[in-house]
Design a protein around this ligand. Sequence first.
Ligand SMILES: NC(=O)c1ccc[n+]([C@@H]2O[C@H](COP(=O)([O-])OP(=O)(O)OC[C@H]3O[C@@H](n4cnc5c(N)ncnc54)[C@H](O)[C@@H]3O)[C@@H](O)[C@H]2O)c1
Length: 318
Amino acid sequence: MKRIIVTGAAGFIGSNLVNKLLDAGTEVIGIDNFDNFYPRDIKEGNISTALKHPLYTFIEASILDIGTLNLSKNVDCIVHLAAKAGVLPSINHPSAYVDTNIQGTQAILNFMQTNAIKKLVFASSSSVYGNTDVVPFVESAATDSPISPYAATKKAGELLCKTAHHLNKKDIICLRLFTVYGPGQRPDLAIHKFFKLIDSGKPIQVYGDGLTSRDYTFVSDTVDGILLAIEHVMANSNVFEIVNLGNEYPVSLNQLIEHIGEISDSPMQINRVDKKPGDVDITYADISKAKQLLGYAPKVSIQAGLEEFYKWFKSNNG
Ligand SMILES: NC(=O)c1ccc[n+]([C@@H]2O[C@H](COP(=O)([O-])OP(=O)(O)OC[C@H]3O[C@@H](n4cnc5c(N)ncnc54)[C@H](O)[C@@H]3O)[C@@H](O)[C@H]2O)c1
């Protein structure tokens, strides 16, 4: 049986991944410090089902302290998702992002070295592409002009992983995730925020002209991609890969709002405000590499995914 550590296990993507790993009969050790970026009770809700599973061990701790935890040494792979997420808050609190996302990633790599763990899947982000002219985004494009501290810390994480591969022969896949949404989605992200405001009769804030677009990826597709990356890194040696995990289908903010309006039960009021700093104009994944290397094939359309999200939202918000 495989034994896998998942960091950020109480978060949105982490908790969805843990449930899937446990269903597949994998032993999972989840680590999360319930960072206060959004409320603890949401994260406790995320892990409530997994906590009952006999193959699950959950540890409340910071990744910065991973070296001090009494963890089993026989770990096949680490999936490192723990991070300070969110672009805008990183502009006001860059040092906190450096601590968690850079020092924290190095702490994971140190722990791997001390405990002879060879395999890592690391969650990077489409934000490393910045406002690139190369659209759709391809992994070989330059990523040396991040426009937020968050993006810079994710790029630094990739580079630390590459160094660990070079020096210590670690097998690592860095996945550049593209705006993930679905049941359990972080409350700070647009889709969750919009449905919540509309449902409570409040206006939604639309930044800029609504033409910015995002390659929204449904969480089950992201989780399937992470599982494929785990399989690949476990089955091969001398691996260092950077792989986009997106949906290959950018949706503009105006289109997103239109879809949400069709699905929501309540009428929508819109407030147009200035574009946010740190926000890129478009994210659009070229997923040829993920298809070829991992066999990744996202399945969920934006309409179906939004309906699924809204069902979850309604059952969790009365
Ligand atoms: N959601 C997206 O659209 C998206 C897009 C690109 C990349 N990512 C990346 O994917 C990963 C997961 O994102 P998410 O949306 O699930 O975010 P999330 O905030 O829901 O999950 C991250 C988890 O990490 C935990 N954490 C933070 N600091 C920690 C620390 N020091 N020690 C232990 N745990 C800590 C938090 O408590 C949280 O539960 C992150 O690395 C994020 O940067 C997410």
